[in-house]
Design a protein around this ligand. Structure first.
Ligand code: C2G
Length: 130
């Protein structure tokens, strides 16, 4: 079974590895769409801290990940699901309900987010250090 998931994975943290490991356990092959720098700017209104190529390098180095590609647009999910022959789409539950319309192409599963950690919070904490 092929599993697909998407994310920016900026300032890589334990919440990211938790969802990737949980996703990988659902099947035999985990494919990850890493948001381009430009897509991150349009989604979050800021540049990512880590550049696209570095985020791709980090995700590609994980033993639970089999293939990585650049997610250029949120609108291309159906194409990516078909191209990578995904049987299951996994996302964190901050996206709950947002991808249900892909259930005609593959199973859609939302995992609970890891509590108390996010890239945004890490950035705020680092900024506040004097
Ligand atoms: N995540 C999590 N727990 C956290 C933080 C993040 O489970 N504490 C999950 C998110 O729910 C998401 C994945 O880790 O499924 C990647 O998170 P982000 O990098 O914040 O991804 P995002 O920018 O939401 O991009 O096409 C969809 C987007 O590209 C998702």
């Amino acid at each position: 079974m092929n599993i697909i998931t998407f994310g920016t994975f900026d300032v890589f943290h334990v919440g990211h590895i938790n969802i990737l490991e949980s996703a990988a356990e659902l099947g035999s092959r985990l494919i990850v769409g890493v948001s381009s720098d430009e897509l991150n700017r349009s989604k979050k209104g800021r540049d990512p801290i880590y550049l696209e190529q570095d985020r791709i390098k980090i995700i590609s180095s994980l033993k639970c990940v089999d293939e990585v590609f650049i997610e250029e647009s949120l609108e291309l999910k159906a194409e990516y699901i078909k191209k990578y022959k995904a049987d299951v789409l996994v996302m964190g539950d901050d996206w709950k309900g947002k991808f249900d319309h892909f259930s005609n192409l593959c199973k859609v599963i939302y995992f609970p987010r890891t509590p108390s950690i996010s890239t945004t919070e890490i950035i705020e904490v680092v900024k506040s250090i004097k």
